[in-house]
Design a protein. Structure first.
Length: 650
C-alpha cells in the first residue's frame, strides 16, 4: 500500500516551473541546435548509406533480391536528412514558442533517469568488471558464430514440391506415360497432398529441351494446420521418397520456382552440381560415375545421381555403295524411302480459317518400332522390281548420347545432388575433401567445377570479403571528420563488434545458418550501431565543451569527479530519444518473428541480427561507451593536465 502511495506521489501532477525565453535568445537556440543536429544527421546518414555498399555491390540472385532493400533505405534516409536540415528548423521556429517546461518534469524522463543513473555509476565504478564482461561475451560469441553452418540463401518454402525423377534415356513414350501415371497415383495417396500435376518430356515451347526421360511433377500441399502432427516438409519428402522406389528411376526433389531460377542461372536443376569437362563423352561419364560412388553416404547429400550422357538408342541406316550401284540406285533414292517411311512425307496443306497445317504420311508406330520390319522396307528399283532395304543398307540399333551438353566449347557431364538436413557449405567442403585425391588423377584436358547454389555462395562471400574492409575504412574517415579526433574515432569503431554480440547470440540460439540474408541483417545493424554510437559521443563531447566553458580561462586542472559527473550528464542527456529510437526499431522488427507464409523464411534471418543487436548495442552504447569515453578523457588529462590543452583539442 505504501509503495502504491509513493508511486502516485511520484506521478502526480506537480506545478511546473515555466521558463519564458525571449525571442532573440529562442532563435539563437533554435539555430545552434539545428546546426548541431544537422551535423549529427549528416554523418549518421552518410555512414548508414556507406554501410550498405556491400549490398549494392552484390550480383546475381542475391543482388536482385536485396538491391531494392538497400535503395529503399538509402532514399528514405536521404529524404529524411533533407527534411531534418530544411523543414524541421522552420517548424521548430513556428511551434516552439511561449512557456517551456524543463525536461525533468516529464514523468517518463524521471523514471528513465532514476533507472539509468545508478546503472551508469555502477559501471563507471566497476569499470574492469564491466569491460571484462563485455570482452568475455564477445569471445564466447566468436566460436558460436564459427560453429554455425553456411548456406547461400535460407530455403524459401514455396508451399509446393517439384518431383523430378530421371529415367533411362532410351525409355519409350508409352513407358514414360505409364510411369508418370503410377507416380502421380502414389503421390496423391499421401494425406498432405491436395493436387498432383505431372508432365513427361518437354513443354510446347522452344526454350524447353527436356527429353522424354525427364518427368516434372508439381505437388500442391494442404495448409500446414491440416498436416499430421509433427510432420514437416522434410517428413513429407522422406515418406514420398520411400514410396517411390521404382527400378530404373532416380528420384529428385526441389521446388518449382527455385528450380527454374537455378536452371536459368547455373544450368543446374538441383542445389549443387559437379560439372565434369573433357573431350570424350565416354571418359566424362566414366569419371562422373566414380564421383558419384565417392560421394555416396556423405551426410547431407540427397538425391545423388549422374546425369545420363550415354545410353540413347539410335537406328543407323548405312547405305551399301557397291550394292546400290548394281541396282542403279543412288544414295538420295535410298534416303528418300527412309525419310518417307520414318520421318514422313508432306502430302498437302490444309487451311482452317487463318491457320495452315501440313498433312504428312508415314508408316505406323508398330512398323517403325520393329527393326525387322524396317529391314524389309521395300525400295523400288528400275528393272529389278522392289527389293528389301537390308539388301542395299545395313540397318542396326546403336547407342549414343541422348543429348550433348557443352559449355565454354567443351563437352560437359554433371553429377547432381540436393542438400537436406545439413548446411550447404560443410556438405560441399566434406565432398571436396573426398574428391581431392581423385581430381589429381584426372586425365589431361579433363577437370571439374562446382556449380549450383554453392557457386552463388562463394560469389556472394567473395564480394562481401572484398568490400567490407573498404567500408570500414570509409566509415572510420567519416567518424574522424565527425569527432576531429583520430583516437575517439578509433575507440568508437572498435566498440562496434561488442555492439553486435546480441545479433550473434540470437542467430545461434534460433538455429539459423549464416547466409547472405543474415549478412545483410548484420550490415544493417552495423550502420544502426555506428549511428547510435556517434550520437552518444556527440552528446558526450557537448558535455565536455560545457565543462570547459564553465571553467573559463582557469588554469586549474579538472578533477576526475568533475569529469565523471559531466560524462554522466552527457550520457543521460536525450536518454528518452535514444530509447525511443531503439523501441521503434524493435516494435517494427519483432512482429516479423511470428510471421508465417511464403517469404517469412527469408525475412526472419534478416531481422534476427537486427533484433538481438539492437538490444545489446543500445545497452552497450548507454553503459560502456560513456565509460570508454571517460577513460579516454582521463588519459588525456593525465597526459596534459592543463585545461587549455583540452580547449585547443576540442
Amino acid at each position: 500500500m505504501k509503495l502504491i502511495i509513493k508511486i502516485k506521489e511520484f506521478f502526480k501532477k506537480r506545478k511546473p516551473s515555466y521558463r519564458v525565453i525571449p525571442e532573440d535568445i529562442r532563435m539563437k537556440l533554435v539555430e545552434s541546435s539545428c546546426i548541431q543536429v544537422s551535423r549529427g544527421v549528416f554523418f549518421s546518414t552518410v555512414i548508414i548509406i556507406v554501410s550498405f555498399m556491400p549490398v549494392f555491390l552484390l550480383t546475381g540472385q542475391e543482388g536482385k533480391l536485396f538491391h531494392p532493400l538497400a535503395y529503399t533505405k538509402t532514399f528514405i534516409l536521404a529524404v529524411d536528412a533533407i527534411l531534418v536540415v530544411t523543414l524541421a528548423p522552420v517548424l521548430i521556429s513556428f511551434f516552439m514558442k511561449g512557456k517551456f517546461l524543463p525536461e525533468n518534469v516529464n514523468p517518463v524522463n524521471r523514471v528513465l533517469e532514476r533507472i539509468y543513473e545508478p546503472m551508469i555509476r555502477a559501471c563507471i565504478k566497476r569499470r574492469k568488471i564491466t569491460i571484462g564482461i563485455n570482452i568475455v561475451a564477445l569471445l564466447i560469441s566468436i566460436p558460436l558464430v564459427m560453429s554455425l553452418g553456411r548456406e547461400f540463401m535460407p530455403p524459401l518454402d514455396e508451399g509446393t514440391l517439384l518431383f523430378m525423377p530421371v529415367m533411362m534415356p532410351d525409355v519409350s513414350n508409352s513407358e514414360a506415360k505409364r510411369l508418370l501415371q503410377v507416380q502421380d497415383k502414389i503421390i496423391a495417396s499421401v494425406p498432405e497432398v491436395t493436387h498432383v500435376m505431372g508432365k513427361a518430356g518437354r513443354a510446347y515451347t522452344a526454350t524447353d529441351n527436356s527429353p522424354i526421360s525427364m518427368i516434372e511433377t508439381i505437388i500442391m500441399l494442404k495448409p500446414r494446420d491440416q498436416w499430421r502432427k509433427g510432420f514437416t516438409k522434410d517428413s513429407i519428402i522422406n515418406e514420398l521418397n520411400k514410396k517411390l522406389q521404382i527400378p530404373g528411376v532416380i528420384n529428385g526433389w526441389t521446388q518449382p520456382i527455385i528450380n527454374r531460377i537455378n536452371m536459368l542461372s547455373t544450368g543446374i536443376r538441383t542445389d549443387v552440381g559437379i560439372k565434369v569437362f573433357g573431350q570424350n563423352l565416354d571418359t566424362i561419364y566414366s569419371f562422373s560415375q566414380k564421383v558419384e560412388k565417392a560421394l555416396e553416404g556423405t551426410p547431407g547429400i540427397k538425391d545423388l545421381y549422374v546425369e545420363p550422357i550415354t545410353g540413347g538408342k539410335y537406328i543407323d541406316i548405312i547405305v551399301k555403295r557397291q550394292e546400290i550401284g548394281r541396282y542403279g540406285l543412288s544414295i538420295d533414292d535410298v534416303n528418300a524411302v527412309v525419310e518417307s517411311a520414318l520421318g514422313g512425307m508432306r502430302l498437302t496443306t490444309t487451311i482452317e480459317g487463318r491457320q495452315r497445317f501440313s498433312v504428312n504420311a508415314r508408316f505406323a508406330q508398330n512398323f517403325r518400332d520393329n527393326i525387322q520390319s524396317l529391314k524389309r522396307l521395300q525400295v523400288q528399283t528400275m528393272g529389278y522390281g522392289p527389293i528389301p532395304l537390308e539388301a542395299v543398307a545395313n540397318v542396326k540399333i546403336s547407342e549414343g548420347p541422348p543429348m550433348i551438353n557443352s559449355e565454354n566449347a567443351m563437352l560437359r557431364g554433371t553429377v547432381l545432388f540436393n542438400v537436406r538436413e545439413r548446411d550447404l557449405a560443410s556438405t560441399v567442403e566434406e565432398a571436396q575433401k573426398k574428391l581431392n585425391s581423385m581430381i589429381s588423377k584426372m586425365p589431361k584436358g579433363y577437370y571439374l567445377t562446382w556449380s549450383g547454389n554453392y557457386e552463388n555462395l562463394i560469389r556472394g562471400e567473395k564480394t562481401l570479403k572484398i568490400i567490407m574492409p573498404v567500408v570500414i575504412v570509409v566509415i572510420f574517415m567519416f567518424m574522424y571528420f565527425a569527432f576531429n579526433s583520430m583516437r575517439e574515432s578509433f575507440l568508437s569503431l572498435i566498440t562496434i563488434p561488442f555492439a553486435l554480440i546480441g545479433g550473434a547470440y540470437i542467430v545461434y540460439f534460433w538455429g539459423v545458418n549464416i547466409s547472405i540474408a543474415v549478412a545483410v541483417g548484420f550490415i544493417a545493424l552495423f550502420g544502426l550501431a555506428v549511428e547510435t554510437n556517434i550520437v552518444m559521443v556527440i552528446y558526450l563531447n557537448d558535455a565536455m565543451l560545457q565543462l570547459v566553458a564553465k571553467r573559463g580561462n582557469s588554469s586549474d586542472t579538472i578533477t576526475r569527479d568533475e569529469l565523471k559527473e559531466y560524462v554522466i550528464a552527457g550520457a543521460a542527456k536525450r536518454l528518452r530519444p535514444k530509447l525511443m529510437t531503439v523501441s521503434v526499431s524493435l516494435f517494427g522488427l519483432v512482429p516479423i518473428l511470428w510471421s508465417t507464409g511464403v517469404g517469412s523464411d527469408v525475412m526472419i534471418p534478416i531481422v534476427l541480427p537486427m533484433i538481438g543487436g539492437v538490444l545489446t548495442s543500445s545497452t552497450f552504447i548507454l553503459l560502456v561507451t560513456p565509460l570508454i569515453f571517460l577513460m579516454n578523457k582521463e588519459h588525456e588529462l593525465k597526459k596534459h593536465g592543463k585545461i587549455e590543452v583540452m580547449e585547443t583539442h576540442h
